[in-house]
Design a protein around this ligand. Structure first.
Ligand SMILES: [Zn+2]
Ligand SMILES: [Zn+2]
Length: 417
């Protein structure tokens, strides 16, 4: 069957617009819009068929949708105007009626070169939005996805999150990284939590979130940390990397120096953040997956005073032995019970007096520091207790540094150009 026969069959089904006519042959040529292609086919057919019959009337396939492109475009632009965005993508949710009409037409005319209605609609409305707003269509990672919902006759937006990388220092002890709900009431509030619903008054995530919401106009913030320190440990030195995932932001470009200052002001002297930068969503995996090396500072008390040389020899031994560590008793309820083998890269005595000492230890991520010192009743071997021959306990623990594994993914795509 040649093209004109198929076209005649398409027209025999009823009045059809140029877009819907041209779309049935979209895959046969490029460089024309479906509307132009449809108009050309109609002109040719009208030359040797009944003129009247081939005049465009209200289209039975799209029901006049392609005459209403401006209406849909305006609705989309209105919805988008609440948000700051650089890129967008248009999608269409077709109604049952339109989908059915399209299938009837394909079956009756036998066309094999048609483009689906929704891809034409996405493209045409996308072009119109682009030309009227100056924003760019992006197929890979649009800031906002606009859905033309034909059944509900309205436009819906999916506003994609933004991601902000940074590092935090925790200057005081007793703050968890994320909200810790009261186990008695699971957050509803009860007597034992004084009706706060929480085990701890605040958390790092809670201290950071309000200024982020204020500047971004987002609906919520998900905190992704590169591991976490114990609640009673400080996080000092250069800080611990994190990525904030800001949901449905109204603004995507704001001053991160201002954000940093607002967070630090809001957090009083509990935490401080630094090095904030916009990143892609890949950064979440990058900070979470890294078993980064750590540097710890331990304040230690020994049961009996020991000679300095003995302690130094023990520290030296720790760096030359693989540490076999069975999951500590204190976390056994939430971690799999298994033996991990970890390395201590360096161990340095910083200060010592009587039965107390301050030491710095750099080790592989995933090594439990308190147990490296105490031995955890023989579950960690060797341990400092074992090597010095007297019981050693951690009085104070600070994380001084979280080494960063790979920074390749801690950037933003559009800034790589
Ligand atoms: Zn149509
Ligand atoms: Zn409670």
């Amino acid at each position: 069957m040649n093209l004109l026969d198929v076209a005649a069959k398409v027209l025999d089904q009823g009045p059809i617009c140029d877009n819907c006519l041209g779309r049935q042959f979209a895959k046969l040529s490029t460089g024309l819009s479906n509307k132009e292609r449809g108009a050309a086919i109609r002109t040719v057919l009208a030359m040797f068929r009944d003129q009247e019959m081939y005049k465009a009337k209200k289209c039975w396939v799209c029901n006049g949708l392609f005459d209403a492109l401006d209406v849909w475009t305006q609705r989309a632009i209105n919805a988008l105007s609440d948000y700051e965005y650089d890129t967008f993508l248009v999608g269409t949710k077709v109604s049952g009626l339109v989908a059915e009409n399209e299938e009837i037409l394909w079956a009756e005319s036998g066309t094999t070169h048609a483009e689906p209605l929704k891809s034409e609609l996405n493209r045409e409305v996308g072009k119109l939005i682009q030309s009227q707003t100056g924003k760019e269509v992006n197929f890979e990672r649009p800031d906002i996805v606009v859905t033309l919902d034909l059944a509900e006759n309205k436009v819906k937006l999916q506003v994609n999150p933004i991601f902000i990388y940074g590092k935090y220092r925790k200057l005081i002890r007793g703050i968890p990284q994320t909200i810790w709900f009261c186990p008695q009431c699971e957050g509803r509030g009860c007597e034992s939590c004084k009706y706060t619903g929480k085990m701890y008054q605040t958390s790092i995530a809670e201290l950071i979130t309000p200024p982020v919401i204020k500047l971004s106009g987002g609906r919520g913030v998900v905190f992704h940390g590169a591991g976490r320190e114990d609640i009673d440990a400080r996080m000092l030195g250069t800080g611990r990397p994190f990525v904030l995932e800001v949901k449905e932001p109204m603004r995507r470009h704001f001053d991160l120096v201002k954000l940093r200052d607002e967070i630090n002001k809001h957090a009083k002297d509990k935490i401080k953040v630094r090095n904030l930068k916009f990143v892609d969503k890949e950064a979440v995996e990058a900070v979470k997956s890294g078993y980064a090396d750590k540097v710890y500072r331990f304040g230690i008390i020994f049961k009996k005073a020991i000679p300095r040389e003995k302690l130094e020899a023990a520290l030296d031994k720790l760096t030359k032995t693989a540490i076999k560590q069975r999951t500590p008793l204190r976390v056994a309820h939430r971690r799999a019970d298994k033996i991990r083998i970890k390395r201590v890269r360096s161990a340095t005595l910083k200060a010592m007096s009587n039965n107390r000492a301050t030491i710095y230890i750099e080790c592989e991520g995933g090594l439990y520091g308190k147990e490296l010192i105490s031995g955890d009743n023989g579950r960690t071997k060797p341990s400092l207790s074992e090597l010095v021959g007297t019981d050693a306990q951690v009085l104070e623990l600070d994380v001084m540094e979280v080494k960063e594994a790979s920074h390749a993914r801690l950037t933003r795509n559009k800034e790589k150009k």
